[in-house]
Structure formats: C-alpha cells, structure tokens
Design a protein around this ligand. Sequence first.
Ligand code: AMP
Ligand code: ZN
Ligand code: FE
Ligand code: FE
Length: 285
Amino acid sequence: MNCDMPIEYDLHVHTTASDGTLSPEEVLRRAARVGLKGIAITDHDTVAGLKPAREFLASNALPVELVPGIELNTEAGASEVHILGYFIDDNNPTLLTRLKNIRESRRGRAREMIKKLCDLGFDISYDQVDSLAGGDLIGRPHIARALIEKGYVSSVKEAFQKYIGKGRPAFVPRYKFLPEEAIDLIRTSGGISFLAHPGLIAETKWIGQVIAYGINGLEVYYPEHHPDQVRGYLELAQKHELLVSGGSDFHGEGASEGRERLGYAGISQQIYCKIRSRLPGKEEK
Ligand code: AMP
Ligand code: ZN
Ligand code: FE
Ligand code: FE
C-alpha cells in the first residue's frame, strides 16, 4: 500500500493484448479519467498492446505518459517469479522472437489443459478459449473465463482453486523460463527490469537471488503488500541501490478480484523520475 505518497504513475497494467478486459485505448482513457500522469502497459509475454496505445495517444491529446513495458512470468524452484520490464524497445528482434516462442508454447499448454478439463467431463473447447482470449496470448485466466461462461464456476478464483491452479486436476506447467533469462532479455531489449510483487513469491529466498542476478528494481507498492512488507522492500532497495516501482496489476472488471482498480497502487512523479534517470541515454518515445 502507498501510505502518504501521491499515486501519479501506475506502472503495472494489463490490457486485452494479454488477460486484461479493457483494450489499450480504454485503459488510457481510464487513466486520464482517474488523473494518472502515466501508466506502464505491462502485458504478459506480449507487446501487442503498445502500438495501438501509442497510436491512440498520438490522435487524442490525453495528458497520460505511456511507458512501454512487459511482464514475464518465470519459475524459480517451486515459485512463480514475475519480472517487469520498462522502456523496452518493442521492435527488438530478439525480444519478439522469444515472446513468439513463449506464446506458441502457451497455446500448446492451453490445449493440454482443455483436454484435461474435457476428460473431467466439462464441455469447453480450444476455439471457445481462443475467442475469449481475443488476442495474442492465451493464459489460464482465459480458461477460467470459459468455465464461467459455461456456468461451471462463478469466478476466476474458483476456477483456479478447483481446477486450474497449481496442483489442481487440470493444471499443466508452463514452458521453462528462468528469472535470470527474463532479466537478460529485458536488458537486451534496452529496458530496465523490476521484480514484480515480491510479496507474492512463495519462497522468499528468490528475492535475494533475483537481486544477485542483477535486477534493476523492486515493485514495492502493490495492492496486496502489507505496510510492513512495503517498509521491508524499501529498505532492501536502499541497501542494494535498487530502483523502486509500484502498480495496481490492473486487469479490468471481472478479471480477478483485487485487480480491478486502476491507480489503486503506484508511485509519485518524484520516484518515477528516478526510474527515468536510470535509462541509458534513451530518447523519449
Ligand atoms: P498463466 O500465466 O497462464 O499460468 O496464468 C497466470 C495468471 O493467472 C497470473 O498472472 C494471474 O493474472 C492469474 N492468476 C493466477 N492465480 C490466480 C488466482 N488464484 N485467481 C485469479 N487469477 C489468478
Ligand atoms: Zn494477468
Ligand atoms: Fe504478476
Ligand atoms: Fe501482472
């Protein structure tokens, strides 16, 4: 949570390009309406939302700055570790090729999970999930929405708890992707890397490991972080001379509880300027 700091930048936002329910244009309009000075669009494993977002900003004089970003889901041991990249060059060929491979393996995984659900007696199909995904990327939230659409569960949370969460009967693990690979990929793409929501990492030892791998900053301000965690991560950032970030992990209405309020967490302009000043002599886009 944010304590007394004004929330002027929300640097963790999803759109329909991944598993959000609002388009990049709608997200930007919402950002202007709630008075944010800037947002980072950080879709999972895709940069497809950035071009429409830029075009929308170019043709509508909205006072909102766009940070081109990404969120890479990686695994370390038994923990999910998410790495955020800000100011990436979304035309970088190495980045685009890696993301394309990741998305293809996600499609294979979705097919396997849907097969398991069908074997469990549910009537859902790949085409239904694909059309709900509507874009570049298929993730478990889209499978959850298919189960909701058919009336098998009443929320995304219930779908994870009963069927598609880790250890549940229709779960299939993702491709192998390590935090250090994600950090390298973001660096290669000219961006700066942040450890997303450290408070959600099951095994805390990975926080220190990710710092040792050369992460540039920590996402300190996050809706599910307790004030004690915020204090602890601020101290950790200071100790290791890391940048500080924050964001709401906005996914839009109905996506999943708790991730429905744009600007609910974030950072002040002052903290944002520190992030910008770390950019290696990059022109503003
Ligand atoms: P995937 O990358 O396809 O494995 O899906 C993971 C995504 O599902 C995360 O990034 C979250 O957005 C969402 N998610 C994970 N666990 C839950 C949960 N228990 N309830 C709702 N959404 C979840
Ligand atoms: Zn998501
Ligand atoms: Fe995440
Ligand atoms: Fe996220």
